[in-house]
Ligand binder design. Structure first.
Ligand code: ADP
Ligand code: ADP
Length: 237
């Protein structure tokens, strides 16, 4: 069963200079992602990977085509339902994007506050999440007291707060050293295995693709030039 479907999706940005042509960041992309799988999106810088992922999250509107997540076409949803749909999609980032002035507890709690969850349930949920990512004893620390790997664990806990069925990762391990990368990959595998979360991960690291992905989507100049099983795509000459 496909949980994410992109049908002929394109995204154009206005030209950076005056009177120039618009930049087509994503060009007629059709992709299906099966529930419970991990898809790696690879390709050179500027290929359109980040834009593609922002379209899946409805952080950007499509210029044309359809993005359907769990049967709902995101661009067709009114604002209120779109906010609800976004809670079903978590996201983690290369630079973690934590609020530096807030504690770990507050960072992880934040999406629960936005979702209007009462304080008592927020506390329980944050505890559960911090246990899951192995940071139960770090609730009162600030991000600058944590290592890069710990910060990404906080990012993962925050992304999972509203129990999303999809997790998007934009170069989530690129700022980490190899050993920490392995720890974070192991955690992401648990998120997939134990929680059944479908993942789409942008990466330029082939080790990450091999360690994590079931399926690979290769992008070039905004287009998907290849997609399929990880072993088949990587062994193609
Ligand atoms: P990748 O993630 O593969 O490096 P991006 O999706 O970031 O690629 O970018 C694809 C293309 O779209 C690039 O040419 C980039 O300059 C352009 N682009 C991305 N975001 C914007 C934006 N917000 N405004 C204008 N152009 C953008
Ligand atoms: P504010 O900063 O908005 O005034 P508080 O700091 O008083 O809020 O905390 C609001 C709630 O969050 C309280 O119920 C508090 O117990 C809870 N809280 C904050 N940090 C933690 C933590 N590390 N562990 C458990 N609960 C926490």
């Amino acid at each position: 069963m496909s949980i994410i479907t992109l049908e002929h999706v394109s995204k154009a940005y206005p030209s950076p200079g005056r009177g120039g042509d618009p930049v087509t960041a994503v060009d007629d992309v059709s992709v299906e992602i099966a529930e419970g799988t991990i898809t790696a999106v690879i390709g050179y810088s500027g290929a359109g990977k980040s834009t593609l992922v922002r379209l899946i999250n409805a952080l950007e509107p499509v210029t044309s085509g359809r993005v359907v997540v769990r049967g709902q076409e995101l661009s067709a949803l009114p604002e209120r339902q779109l906010r609800r749909a976004r809670r079903d999609i978590g996201m983690i980032f290369q630079q973690f994007n934590l609020m530096e002035s807030k504690t770990v507890f507050r960072n992880v709690e934040f999406p629960l506050r936005l979702a209007g969850i009462p304080a008592e349930r927020r506390r329980e949920r944050v505890r559960e999440l911090l246990d899951f990512v192995g940071l139960a004893d770090r609730a009162d620390n600030h991000p600058d007291q944590l290592s890069g790997g710990q910060k990404q664990r906080v990012g993962i806990a925050r992304a999972l707060a509203t129990s999303p069925s999809v997790l998007l990762a934009d170069e989530a391990t690129s700022a980490l050293d190899p050993e920490t990368t392995q720890d974070v990959l192991e955690l992401l595998r648990r998120v997939n295995d134990e929680l059944g979360v479908t993942m789409v991960v942008i990466t330029h690291e082939m080790d990450v693709v091999r360690a994590l992905a079931d399926q690979v989507v290769v992008m070039e100049h905004g287009r998907v030039v290849e997609q399929g099983d990880v072993y088949r795509v990587l062994s193609d000459p």
